[in-house]
Design a protein around this ligand. Structure first.
Ligand SMILES: [Zn+2]
Length: 318
């Protein structure tokens, strides 16, 4: 039997936002690059991560491999160029070469006067949104989303509550505002995924997280009202969290996944998904676990009917 191997590119929420009356949105998938056959053809398989999905896999190689790079041609057009050598990943999930030629590397210097290629410039000149996102522990951040990914960006971040606070005419203005919110309101621009995962083992009450997010969003709007910056308008708009994330974000007893995802065989049932974090059920126990699927990014797996071992001493988890 051929063992089909895949390179994991990660969890993607690229589907349309929730429609009115149906809060499921984003159609989250685990994107897998085929490694058998000719890797240059770059065939992909997308596993839907809907509630009830069973995911079974084993790690088929050690270490991480490069996921390639992106060439941006405009607001909606970009090419994903696979790594020709499928080299070991040296910088996150890229090799040195792909990291250097990746257009997105240049995004963060654009508002400081950095030069960018024409396609990336067209992408950055579309309207952008400034948001404040709050995660399960109350940790909060300020961030930006392009107009086309206004909703999806927050879905992939795994926000529990979020509000848009400004609409900027382009990606330069929005990053000036973002830096201001960090400098003057003390809001970071990143919350690490390990912290998001840890927070989901004991989420704070929804009403508290909402009140905190509302207060921080008001604070940023007030700050922007006094800013000597043109090219944006203040907005008050709440982000609609996808229904698939509800159970993961609700206060309940659950546990950190007890196994290392970099090795071995794993299998579980997905109960709920927020960002790249799954609330998962294991066979043979009623306990639920938080699995950080983001840790599989750039790793090589084989799919199969595997099951994760239930931790031996369940009582010690309580
Ligand atoms: Zn590469």
């Amino acid at each position: 039997m051929t063992d089909t191997r895949y390179l994991v590119h990660g969890v993607f929420w690229d589907g349309p936002p929730p429609a009115p009356g149906d809060r499921d949105g984003g159609a989250p998938v685990l994107r897998l690059q085929h490694l058998t056959g000719d890797p240059a053809t770059g065939g992909f398989t997308e596993l839907a991560l809907d509630a009830g999905t069973r995911l079974g896999f084993r790690l088929a190689a050690g270490g991480k491999s490069c996921l390639g790079h992106h060439k941006v041609h405009g607001p909606a057009a970009r090419d994903h160029v696979l790594c020709p050598a499928r080299a070991p990943a040296a910088k996150g999930s890229q090799c040195e070469r792909c990291f250097v030629v990746d257009d997105s590397r240049l995004i963060h210097d654009f508002h400081r006067g950095g030069r960018v290629p024409a396609g990336l410039r067209a992408y950055l000149m579309q309207p952008h949104w400034l948001y404040v996102a709050t995660f399960a522990s109350g940790a909060s951040k300020v961030g930006t989303a392009s107009n086309l990914r206004k909703w999806n960006r927050l879905a992939e971040q795994g926000a529990v509550v979020a509000r848009y606070v400004a609409r900027a005419e382009d990606g330069r203005v929005v990053r000036v505002l973002e830096d201001m919110a960090t400098r003057e309101a003390g809001l970071p621009q990143q919350v690490r995924s390990a912290a998001k995962a840890a927070a989901l083992t004991d989420p704070a009450p929804a009403v508290d997280l909402d009140a905190l997010n509302r207060r921080l969003a008001d604070e940023v709007r007030l700050l922007l009202a006094g800013a000597a910056v043109d090219g944006f308008e203040s907005v008050e708009e709440q982000w609609v969290r996808p229904a698939q994330a509800d159970a993961a974000c609700a206060p309940a007893a659950r546990h950190a996944y007890p196994h290392e995802l970099g090795a071995g065989a794993h299998g579980f049932r997905i109960v709920s998904l927020t960002g790249s974090l799954a609330l998962a059920g294991l066979d043979g126990t009623d306990l639920e676990f938080i699995v950080n699927l983001g840790l599989l990014k750039a790793r090589t797996i084989g799919l199969g009917d595997h099951g994760s071992e239930v931790p031996a001493v369940q009582e010690s988890l309580f």
